[in-house]
Design a protein around this ligand. Structure first.
Ligand SMILES: Cc1ncc(COP(=O)(O)O)c(/C=C/C(=O)C(=O)O)c1O
Length: 351
């Protein structure tokens, strides 16, 4: 039954023992009626912000942390733009494992840092970007015997592929799946999920995997525009969507294969387009997401404008994280509340 959520699919997950679970998955698939009207196609939004730690990472961590226990490890580690560390800290706490986190100092949304700290991880800020932090955590984990849980770890992708399973369980196979791409694990994982269902004969087509990147952090986009099998790193990635402020995605080859084999595509969007989509999702659809997650809708808008998306396509946008992760980005986008004296007149004056 659905109460098992991710572990409803345990027969397709590479884990033998009882999973370390916080009831992840089973996230809502909303019909975005106003977006559908605006864009002329059927638009669903699968809100991964509804997971226990507020992002899709929980799907990968429930499998990855369970595997760490299975392998007899007692410490896990990751570099993170924030959500991976929040999720890893939460599942490590549940599992009784030590957790070590490297973050790009000053570039991680406050909500995510709060989660990693409160769930008991050792949180270290690196004076460098995510890509540098990832290179360092891979070396430190090797030396110290930490179990590395970045998406270089295939068990992370095994958990995240369940996004595809849930979509098919609920609405069958959409024509297209649109999602933000940073380290490129999620697009690779979701593609794998659809491919497995096709190989099992459960579906007969695979959705066009469409990756969205910020203009300032767009190595996958540039590679797709040149039909390349690998990327040139972006050395100084910059975007307000700090979750995808990544210039050297470790899963680039898998992601490019996913895009090409599914006849998908990639698109880049500006920070302004991301924030506008974030506001529209919240204010028109009641779906509260963090900036990187809104890139999926900003990207779909651009693909429709470019005529890439057919008019009657069924599209699923994956919104990967919760609005609450980055309240400071909201204040920058919306300004502060109006402050008035505690009187009826003062309130009437600003209604
Ligand atoms: C909200 C949100 N949306 C999209 C992505 C991109 O997913 P991938 O392309 O699979 O990397 C992330 C990634 C976050 C990290 O990479 C990390 O937390 O270290 C995210 O947090």
């Amino acid at each position: 039954g659905n109460e098992l959520r991710v572990w409803k699919y345990r027969c397709l997950l590479p884990v033998k023992r009882e999973p370390v679970s916080l009831k992840e998955g089973g996230t809502p698939l909303y019909h975005a009626t106003k977006l559908a009207e605006e864009l002329g196609c059927k638009v669903y939004v699968k809100h991964e912000g509804a997971n226990p730690s507020g992002s899709f990472k929980d799907r990968g961590m429930t499998v990855g942390v369970t595997k760490a226990i299975e392998l007899g490890r007692n410490a896990v580690a990751c570099a993170s733009t924030g959500n991976t560390s929040a999720s890893m800290a939460m599942y490590a706490a549940k599992a009784g494992l030590k957790a070590y986190v490297l973050l790009p100092a000053g570039k991680v949304a406050l909500g995510k840092v709060a989660q990693a700290l409160m769930h008991g991880a050792k949180v270290i800020g690196i004076r460098g970007n995510f890509d540098e932090a990832l290179a360092l955590v891979r070396k430190i984990s090797e030396e110290e015997g930490f179990y590395l849980l970045n998406s270089v770890n295939p068990f992370r992708l095994e958990g995240q592929k369940t996004i595809a399973y849930e979509i098919v369980d609920e609405i069958g196979t959409p024509d297209r799946v649109v999602l933000p791409v940073g380290n490129a694990g999620n697009i690779s994982a979701i593609y794998k999920g659809f491919k497995e269902l096709k190989e099992l004969g459960l579906i007969d087509s695979i959705p066009k995997m469409s990756g969205v990147q910020a203009e300032g952090a767009n190595p996958i986009y540039k590679a797709v525009m040149e039909c390349r099998e690998d990327i040139d790193p972006v050395l100084k990635p910059e975007t307000v969507a700090t979750a995808i402020r990544i210039g050297q995605p470790v899963n680039a080859k898998k992601a490019l294969r996913a895009i090409y084999e599914s006849n998908g595509t990639a698109v880049q969007v500006s920070d302004e387009e991301i924030i506008r989509a974030q506001k529209d999702l919240a204010a028109k659809e009641g779906i509260g997401v963090e900036p990187a997650s809104a890139a999926s809708v900003a990207g779909l808008r651009k693909l429709v404008a470019e005529g890439v998306v057919e008019r009657d396509e069924t599209v699923v946008c994956i919104t990967t994280g919760h609005l609450l992760k980055d309240p400071e980005a909201v204040i920058r986008a919306c300004g502060q509340p109006i402050e008035v004296d505690a009187s009826l007149e003062a309130i009437r004056a600003v209604l």
